[in-house]
Design a protein around this ligand. Structure first.
Ligand code: PGA
Length: 256
């Protein structure tokens, strides 16, 4: 048996109205609603969570959100809490995406609060980490990723470690069509696994899924997904259309 079930997650970002979301997810459920050898997660915008949750009922697909606030409630205009997401049957939440780090100035300390709050509410964080082009070119990739992983996971107990999913997303590869080479990706994934080993011990670190994200497409997925430490993908652009998303799920299912 595989130690880590492959996971394919669609990050729809700020795309799709509720009606668009329902028709996309209908197509996905019809094609792979009963697939169990790959875990499939869709992460629509907040406004579509409820309608998508209804479509996922009775299927094996899981629901994820794209962000949340660490506080359980209160005067935080425009924000949503972990409990609100749980109430809509979300199982996952993307945290620390580079777009949130860049455009909304999210710090590692803030992302850490969100990770802890998500885990406390039985939401599984998909924690995004990754270097910018400038950081890669200056040779700082591993250091940047190390700081993010260590600070964002600070205080996460061993009992909850396997509920965490990490997504390595080189910022220069997101939405650019420029994908990391399999060697570049595997190197960072193996490094993240070594950091997890230091934090949680070998046995638990071997069970944590590490996804690749950044221009993953049906054409480049098989090679990436065949790497030892690449356990799936966080997919932006190619998750907005059922055909390419389904091809990615099939690519993950084909890896043995
Ligand atoms: P992309 O986005 O697949 O469009 O590059 C990935 C992501 O930002 O999660």
């Amino acid at each position: 048996m595989l130690l880590r079930k492959k996971l394919i997650a669609g990050n729809w970002k700020m795309n799709k109205t509720s009606a668009d979301a329902v028709s996309l997810v209908k197509e996905i459920v019809a094609a792979v609603g009963k697939v169990h050898d790959v875990e499939v997660v869709v992460c629509p915008p907040f406004t579509c969570l409820e309608s998508v949750a209804r479509m996922l009922e009775g299927s094996a697909l899981k629901l994820g959100a794209q962000n949340m606030h660490p506080e359980p409630g209160g005067a935080y205009t425009g924000e949503v809490s972990a409990a609100m997401l749980r109430a809509l049957f979300a199982s996952y939440v993307i945290l620390g995406h580079s777009e949130r780090r860049t455009y909304f100035k999210e710090t590692d300390a803030f992302i850490n609060q969100k990770v802890l709050a998500a885990l406390k509410s039985q939401l599984k964080p998909i924690l995004c980490v990754g270097e910018t082009l400038q950081e890669r070119e200056s040779g700082a990739t591993l250091k940047v990723v190390q700081t993010q992983v260590e600070q964002d996971l600070d205080g996460v107990g061993k009992d909850l470690a396997t509920n965490v999913v990490i997504a390595y997303e080189p910022v220069w590869a997101i939405g650019t069509g420029r994908v990391a080479t399999t060697e570049q990706a595997q190197e960072v994934h193996a490094f993240i696994r070594s950091l997890l080993t230091k934090l949680f011990g070998e046995t638990l670190a071997q069970k944590v899924r590490i996804l690749y994200g950044g221009s993953m497409k049906p054409a480049n997925a098989p090679e990436l997904l065949a790497q030892k430490d690449i356990d799936g993908g966080l997919i932006g652009g190619a998750s907005l259309e059922s055909r390419s998303f389904l091809e990615l799920i099939n690519a993950a299912a084909a890896v043995r």
